[in-house]
Design a binder for this molecule. Structure first.
Ligand code: CO
Length: 299
């Protein structure tokens, strides 16, 4: 790969700025007594107010859940002291994505865990340049998290970004896989270490409310057909139940989503809890790979 053209670079930088501003703003509502739904909606509104589009629905995942918890339409979760809240936000300009995440330590009882993923992210960023291998990045993350007494989550990873592709190849591992694939100039990557006080292995729980369209096909049911028309407007990018409930009654949406899943037209991304119920922290930045990388989500 070669250097990114300036106009594309500018779009990545703008998307990164929007994603970072939304992240900070959403995080400012993660406080004891406030609701997860409000913090999520604040983050969403900020992206739209700044002229961005959603790369995926903002997510706030608590405690043992590493990722992919997205507020339900009638979500009643209230933040409480001791919560470890990961907020993950992605914004898009013309399909170019800024993806970032941070952890809020509600009540201040888990500072070491929160530091572990953030310091691991910084350790990896220090190594980012054309020619560094994926294994080296993974090792930097792994070493830092282990030195703080935690386990890196091994079956979650960072990723490259491309226009309209929020998880492109290669994956950026959170441990030393020995992969000698090298970063190249002009790549755009998101590095996202997760630190766990438990197994460092996550699994897919059963029910989620983040979806994306995976096949283009007709459905017979009238309700499903109406909802599918809206789903197609997301153009294969992830969406959530709340966005559809602005257009249709909840019963219709829930029926249609189930029907579309059964027909293999959409898939869901369920919450990802730690196998041993460990607490999990996360930190993430998006960057453009150059001799001196440009961190697009740093504000
Ligand atoms: Co990401």
């Amino acid at each position: 790969m070669t250097k990114l053209p300036d106009d594309i670079k500018e779009k990545y930088i703008e998307a990164g700025k929007i994603a970072a501003t939304s992240l900070q703003y959403g995080a400012s509502f993660i406080k004891e007594g406030k609701t997860l739904l409000e913090a999520t909606e604040k983050a969403e509104k900020k992206i739209l107010d700044m002229g961005g589009e959603f790369a995926f629905p903002p997510q706030i995942s608590l405690n043992r859940i590493a990722a992919h918890y997205c507020a339900d339409p009638d979500d009643d979760i209230v933040f409480k002291k001791g919560d470890v809240a990961k907020i993950d936000v992605g914004a898009m300009i013309d399909g170019y994505i800024g993806d970032n995440a941070m952890t809020v330590d509600v009540g201040g009882e888990h500072k070491d865990l929160v530091d572990a993923s953030r310091e691991a992210l910084n350790a990896a960023i220090e190594k980012v340049r054309p020619g560094v291998t994926l294994g080296e990045l993974g090792r930097a993350i792994h070493d830092k998290i282990q030195s703080k007494g935690f386990a890196p989550v091994r079956n979650l990873s960072g990723h490259a970004l491309e226009q309209f592709v929020y998880h492109a190849q290669p994956n950026i591992p959170n441990f030393d896989t020995g992969d000698d694939t090298e970063l190249e100039e002009g790549m755009v990557i998101a590095i996202e270490p997760f630190a766990s006080s438990g197994a460092g292995i996550i699994f897919e729980s059963d029910r989620g409310n983040i979806f994306s369209q995976v096949a283009k096909r007709n459905v017979r049911n009238v309700i499903s057909r109406q909802v599918l028309k809206e789903v197609e407007k997301f153009e294969n990018m992830p969406f959530t139940t709340r966005w559809l409930i602005k257009k249709f009654p909840a019963v219709k949406v829930n029926f249609a989503l189930r029907d579309l899943m059964q027909n293999g037209i959409i898939r869901s991304y369920p919450p990802l809890p730690d196998r041993d119920s460990g607490l999990i922290s996360q930190a993430e930045h998006t960057m453009i790979v150059e001799d001196k990388p440009i961190i697009t989500t740093k504000i």
